[in-house]
Design a protein around this ligand. Sequence first.
Ligand SMILES: [Zn+2]
Length: 135
Amino acid sequence: MKGKPLPRVTEVTRPYWDAARAGRFVIQRCGRCRRFVHYPRPWCPHCWSTELDWVEASGRGEVVTYTAVHQAPSPAFAVGAPYVLAVVRLAEGPQMMANVVHIQPREMRVGLPVRVTFEEREGGFRVPQFEPATG
Ligand SMILES: [Zn+2]
């Protein structure tokens, strides 16, 4: 959507945003302790190894907690308000903050199964968000 902020791409996060542009949701996996890591980092937060590889994630997860945003932080976000901001635990383990779209705030609940979807932004960016996983 026009006017929303764009990701700040760094050397560490570039593979994440490049994959998202192609409609793929990737996270890091540690080559030493084998745990999944997200958000993108230069080293593993579990064992400090720098052997992090990018792997395609399932895109599945569940809602840990959420809030309905009625007072949007900027006019670009006001168009979609109220909208849902949630912490999602990925099936691979890590948690991330994202919007849950295609749902009304009153329909939200903790434990709701969700799957990744992509929100188009300017410049060809696609931001991973989540939607209810039905079926
Ligand atoms: Zn590790």
